[in-house]
Design a binder for this molecule. Structure first.
Ligand code: ADP
Ligand code: MG
Length: 643
């Protein structure tokens, strides 16, 4: 996970606002019916206590809709929490941003806790009201997000407050994101996804996203019948999501095109009516009788699915196989749960009903990860950006400054430049790369040996060797000590017919030889004025990264060159450059997930120089620069590096 966590910061003596998920079910007497959410937050709370933080816990409970509803008070939770950690002083504030809360927060000593009253007693919470978020933030020096169940909501305590405080993840969020993130971004294969539940429409996002990643997709639950219908089979009185029939057709075609094995039940349990006492039987999938409805997968399907699941290295499961709440129709879900428990690969369950089914059948402790957030895990499986996670501070990326000398500097000039540059940048805390013309490389390489300067080339051919007169291959460069290579520079796109496809081929060749590609993307003035910048950049990134593995993608660097700002006197403002680079990062996120996007370095390449470097480098999205003209003067280049 590429977000900062509580472990990455010092909390001793700091006031730490922690958003937890204490949304526990209470009975009529305010007794907690299920305390697993409180237990889920304990690792973070214990860590903060042990490390001497002043802890301010906040949560919502139920749906009070912006009004004080006494039956939804968090007071019973405070009581239970005190029982769980008797030696820690815990106080309960009877309001959220009122006098009681303020006084109790002010009175905190190191290692003590105050729990604020239900956040949703204020309508401002769900509206993500900035003043309310600021008031919460004013209590603390640091914000810790640990309520995975609500990170898909953009509320004041889950998202808003992160704008006013350093924001890091707690252990629960860290675990959720790292387990599920790895499964989606870099799964061990075979990767089997299992989808069930009621409606295809509810799960369309999940199916579409998982289809891109998994090897096998097992379908169960009521959504199977929509697929059968799409195949022209009769489904009796089974639940049909008739608006999704076309979608089902589309999904089957997509699976085929992607080479994903999409498996539908081969038999089902059908019943005369939706009840536990109804007459029921198992029938083959293509013989569902009229007057009956399908309520579970059949025994043959259970055996087939169990077999497939047991051979998997990664399993992600969302949605029960049948109406598991009724005993006669629970067998399919139970069989799948058992197979997951017995599977030696990583098994992950997301979705509220699926999780409760696995708990009910007693397999929970043999599943690697049961997500604590129903809605949040679904959105995560859909590949959506979770606002409460996006708002957290990413681990800092090491900056990189690369000088592109272009067709300048004879060998003797190169020698002079580099010897002047070496002492100037020796204390740089970023990566420094110089990219001379090919002919200078053999001279510069021995000079920079043992220094902190790295060597880059300005282009590379995509073939390993052969009849390509005038070209240079990646292994030739690597052998000379080159570690980086610029690919798809705007001048190459403009004058030498470089396309996204040739860029992609060069990137692959560079990576195969162990070089770090610096892939250039950017829009011309006409494209900018036509308002197509964002789409164009996304297309260029998609093109350049086409077919790259996760590991290769993470090793790549992108440089954003607004072509309209090069040598035209026009410049992108710091904020504009930052925004556009955010767009590029979002594209990478869509391809490889948030972690990869958070770790990938994106440089700015539009006339960065000694004057403007400081402001640009200070922007959170900008991880350095690809420097043209200013890289030819050692003092200027050094200023860009050090500033
Ligand atoms: P999750 O909460 O795990 O995401 P869903 O909410 O999508 O799962 O679906 C769970 C519901 O689907 C359960 O209540 C279950 O009874 C119902 N269901 C599963 N199979 C069928 C079926 N064949 N007919 C009707 N309902 C079904
Ligand atoms: Mg559900």
């Amino acid at each position: 996970m590429n977000k900062l966590t509580v472990r990455d910061i010092s909390v001793l003596g700091k006031r730490v606002l922690v958003r937890v998920d204490f949304n526990v079910p209470l009975d009529a007497e305010q007794h907690i019916e299920d305390e697993s959410r409180i237990l889920g937050a304990m690792p973070t709370i214990r860590y903060l206590v042990e490390n001497g933080a002043k802890i301010i816990l906040c949560s919502h409970l139920g749906r009070p809709k912006g009004k004080v509803v006494p039956s939804m008070s968090l007071a019973p939770v405070a009581k239970r929490l005190q029982e769980l950690i008797p030696d820690v002083k815990i106080s309960f504030a009877t309001d959220v941003i009122g006098e009681d809360a303020k006084a109790k927060v002010a009175a905190l000593n190191n290692g003590e806790i105050v729990l604020l009253e239900n956040l949703r007693f204020h309508a401002e919470e769900e509206k993500n009201d900035p003043e309310f978020a600021k008031a919460l933030a004013s209590y603390a020096d640091i914000y810790v997000s640990d309520a995975f169940g609500t990170v898909h909501r953009s509320h004041a305590s889950t998202e808003g407050v992160a704008h006013y405080l350093p924001a890091v993840a707690g252990f629960l969020i860290e675990k959720e994101l790292s387990v599920m993130g790895k499964a989606l971004a870099n799964p061990e294969r075979p990767f089997v996804a299992i989808l069930g539940g009621k409606k295809v429409a509810d799960k369309i996002g999940v199916i579409t996203n998982l289809l891109k990643k998994c090897d096998t997709l097992l379908i169960g639950g009521a959504m199977s019948y929509t697929f059968y219908k799409a195949m022209g089979l009769s489904i009796g009185n089974s639940l049909l999501d008739d608006k999704s029939i076309d979608l089902a057709v589309q999904l089957m075609a997509d699976a085929k095109a992607r080479g994903v094995r999409l498996v539908l039940p081969i038999d089902c349990v059908v019943a005369k009516e939706f009840s536990a006492d109804a007459e029921h039987m198992a029938v083959p999938y293509d013989a569902m009788p009229d007057g009956y409805e399908g309520l579970d997968i059949g025994p043959a399907t259970s055996a087939l699915y169990a077999d497939i699941i047991k051979g998997a290295k990664t399993v992600v499961w969302n949605g029960p196989m049948g109406v598991f709440e009724l005993e006669p129709y629970a067998a399919g879900t139970k069989a799948v749960a058992k197979a997951c428990a017995e599977c030696e690969g990583v098994t992950i369950i997301g979705g509220g009903d699926s999780a409760s089914a696995v708990n009910q059948f007693g397999y929970a402790d043999r599943i690697d990860h049961i997500s604590t957030g129903g809605g949040a895990s679904l959105e995560f499986l859909e590949g959506q950006v979770l606002p409460g996670v996006a708002a957290l501070n990413a681990k800092p990326r090491k900056k990189l400054i690369a000088g592109n000398w272009k067709m300048n500097m004879t060998t003797s000039e190169a020698e002079a430049l580099v010897s002047e540059l070496i002492p100037l940048v020796k204390d740089a805390d970023c990566d420094v790369v110089v990219c001379p013309p090919y002919v200078d490389i053999p001279v510069v390489a021995p000079m920079i040996k043992g220094t902190n300067i790295k060597l880059g080339a300005q282009n590379v051919h995509w073939a390993e060797k052969g009849a390509f007169t005038g070209e240079i291959s990646a292994c030739m460069l690597a052998e000379l000590g080159v570690s980086h290579v610029i690919i798809g520079h705007s001048e190459r796109r403009q004058y030498f017919g470089e396309t996204d496809a040739t860029v992609n081929a060069r990137v692959k060749a560079a990576l195969a030889a162990g070089l770090t590609p610096i892939v250039c993307v950017g829009e011309t003035l006409e494209q900018r004025e036509a308002g197509i910048t964002d789409d164009l950049l996304a297309a260029q990134v998609n093109g350049a990264f086409d077919g790259l593995s996760m590991d290769d993608a993470c090793r790549t660097v992108i440089a954003y060159e607004p072509i309209w700002a090069i040598g035209t006197g026009k410049t992108a403002s710091d904020e504009e450059a930052n925004r556009t680079i955010r767009v590029i990062r979002n594209t990478v996120e869509k391809l490889y997930g948030m972690d990869a996007a958070d770790g990938l370095r994106i440089l700015y390449g539009g006339s960065m120089n000694a004057k403007n470097a400081h402001g640009l480098k200070a922007m959170p999205q900008i991880d350095g620069g690809l420097i043209g003209g200013a890289s030819l003067k050692p003092a200027d280049f050094a200023k860009v590096v050090l500033d």
